[in-house]
Design a protein around this ligand. Structure first.
Ligand code: PLP
Length: 385
């Protein structure tokens, strides 16, 4: 078999379309020349609908965590009170970043595998005797594969505080709707290697006008991640303060072309379909899922097999069928495996992963389950065409 053919189903990095690879493979240009500002402005403005942003999306070279740190360091002064919603490994990372920059962090711990309810945030903020500078939330908590109700959480934040609402959208922006103004989001960040179907290396930061003013007032020390430099360079020169990852930005332009051709609404619908096919397929094999249907992410699915079989399943999937899945993180380590279905992923890809899962379960449990998951997923797909 062609063992070099990759079946990458991790929730980042994700597969790259050939046409995006080709677009990245162009002669290098200088970022102070005439061509780069045209490229940057094109990408920054065409990403606006994907982020639901009123302003062009800023692009920084770095991984998703660089985007999280950028958001934190530009709004936090040491001693500021902030609320961080922690329902998994990435909420936990946001809290650690805020702590590293001297914030007084109030962690709202949510049971892993569930979404933060607006009432939980409301009660939590009311219980604090603090002037909350910002509330940090995760849109898709990748480690548990749930979606937090960002719109409702933004509403609570604005009603109860004068603070900013800051959202990590790394593992879902590009596959789910977003509306910064309508949902009261002040800063929405993402990375390139997940639903945006690019290699790792770009950090995206979308900023509201309100947040821009707050960022200008923040005194915290920062240099590479100082957003004021990015605003100034973009406004004056349509450029970046430091050498950008030019090849990746060419790739991002091709991603914008692909999103436009499919239609943004259809991109969102495709991710809903991939989610439902995956979940219904796994259920048809009798394997439990970590999350309920309502809170489940359209971009990644967490599967929780009985008797901690997650890593054994993952090993067979990888060794025999060359399918890469992700394991559980931190307290979910060994308890779940995760199937990424975002970005350059279509219904055939879901059928592939389900077919291999059927063969794996057949081998492990000596039960003839062939066809059960794929059939159910095909039925779901058929209802959508
Ligand atoms: C992947 C991810 C990140 C950032 O990870 P990097 O490895 O730094 O790119 C941040 N938040 C969430 C929700 C993620 O899924």
């Amino acid at each position: 078999m062609f063992l070099d053919k990759e079946y990458l189903f991790t929730p980042g990095p994700t597969p790259i379309p050939d046409r995006v690879k080709i677009a990245m493979n162009q002669p290098m240009i200088g970022h102070r020349g005439a061509a780069f500002p045209v490229l940057l402005e094109d990408v920054a403005t065409r990403l606006q609908p994907v982020f639901g942003a009123d302003n062009p999306v800023l692009i920084i070279s770095g991984s998703g965590t660089g985007a999280l740190e950028t958001a934190a360091v530009n709004v936090i002064d040491p001693g500021d009170d902030v609320v961080v919603i922690v329902g998994g490994a990435f909420g936990d990372r946001f809290a650690k970043i805020c702590e590293a920059h001297g914030a007084n962090v109030h962690k709202l711990e949510v049971e892993w595998g569930t979404a933060c309810q607006p009432e939980q945030l409301e009660d939590f903020i009311k219980s604090l005797d603090a002037n909350v500078k910002a509330v940090f939330a995760t849109y898709c908590e990748t480690s548990t594969s749930i979606i937090h109700p960002i719109k409702q959480l933004g509403e609570v934040t604005k009603r109860l505080t004068d603070g900013l609402f800051i959202v990590d959208g790394v593992s879902c922006i590009g596959g789910v709707p977003a509306d910064m103004a309508g949902w009261n989001i002040d800063i929405l960040v993402s990375g390139s290697q997940k639903a945006l179907m690019l290699p790792p290396g770009l950090a995206f930061v979308a900023v509201s006008d309100h947040a821009k003013e707050a960022i200008q007032k923040t005194k915290n020390t920062r240099f590479y991640f100082d957003l004021n430099r990015y605003f100034d360079n973009y406004d004056q020169k349509k450029s970046t303060p430091f050498t950008p990852a030019i090849s990746l930005i060419y790739g991002a332009q091709e991603v914008c072309n692909m999103i436009d051709e499919e239609g943004w609404e259809n991109v969102i619908k495709r991710h809903e379909l991939l989610k439902t096919m995956t979940r219904e397929g796994v259920k048809a094999l009798g394997i439990p899922l970590l999350t309920n249907d309502k809170e489940a992410s359209p971009t990644v699915t967490a599967v929780m097999p009985k008797d901690d079989q997650a890593n054994a399943i993952r090993k067979i999937m990888k060794d025999k069928y060359h399918i890469s899945l992700a394991g559980g993180q931190q307290k979910l380590s060994g308890k779940i495996f995760r199937i990424g279905h975002m970005g350059y992923c279509n219904p055939y890809d879901v059928l592939t992963v389900l077919a291999a899962l059927e063969m794996t379960i057949k081998e492990m449990e000596n039960k003839d389950v062939l066809g059960l998951a794929t059939k159910r997923a095909q039925e779901v797909w058929a209802e959508h065409v």
